[in-house]
Design a protein. Structure first.
Length: 207
């Protein structure tokens, strides 16, 4: 009997330790074509962060064939928005399983509801928000010129994505800006110059 109780206690302590693990989280935000993905890869290489994308995690969960994945797929097919808590729990699980304690969360939170859910579910406040500031004209030029052949990179769809970004994500940036947590990067510069600015931020803020 005592052994079973001890085992249960150890398991509970393990869960608590996992949940209370001190994570350093940096939200990476910016419009479509602002260069977030390119810069995240460089940050991972130079500063040892783990790069998490909410979209990638949702796709991986769908592909896993799990019950949760089937539910997510059904919601997307029906045009419904996946609940923030579902995405946050996928992020939380990825952090707990990674073995690292430093994370770049790319393109999330997409809106105020995401932000509130992340802080409520995880209890984590981001170290800072890395905001890649780029004009709509420059982002549009990049998206139209890039050679991945993405079907959604036509002018009408691009402008719709910009509108969604402006309406949903900018309030999140404003929220964290009021708390002094936004590090704004001029993302219109060439890639290497942008990364020099990024390195300055990480060396100063997240050393």
């Amino acid at each position: 009997m005592g052994t079973a109780v001890d085992a249960a206690r150890k398991e509970l302590i393990g869960i608590l330790q996992t949940n209370n693990k001190k994570f350093i989280v940096v939200f990476v935000l910016g419009g479509p074509g602002s260069g977030k993905g390119t810069q995240c890869a460089k940050i991972v290489e130079h500063f040892g962060y783990t790069h998490l994308s909410a979209g990638d995690l949702l796709r991986a969960e769908i592909n896993s064939g799990s019950e949760n994945g089937t539910m997510i797929q059904s919601m997307i097919k029906e045009g419904k928005i996946v609940p923030s808590e579902v995405t946050v729990k996928l992020l939380q699980r990825a952090m707990n399983e990674s073995g690292n304690d430093k994370f770049l969360i790319d393109g999330f939170p997409r809106n105020e509801e995401n932000r509130a859910a992340f802080e409520a579910v995880t209890g984590i406040v981001p170290e800072f928000v890395l905001f890649f500031d780029c004009s709509e004209e420059e982002m549009e030029r990049r998206l139209l010129n890039r050679n991945q052949g993405r079907e959604d990179d036509n002018i009408e769809t691009i402008r719709k994505r910009f509108r969604v970004y402006m309406e949903s994500s900018l309030p999140v940036i404003e929220y964290y800006n009021l708390k002094g947590k936004v590090q704004k990067i001029n993302a219109a510069q060439p890639v290497e110059e942008v990364f020099e600015s990024v390195k300055g931020v990480f060396s100063k803020v997240a050393a």
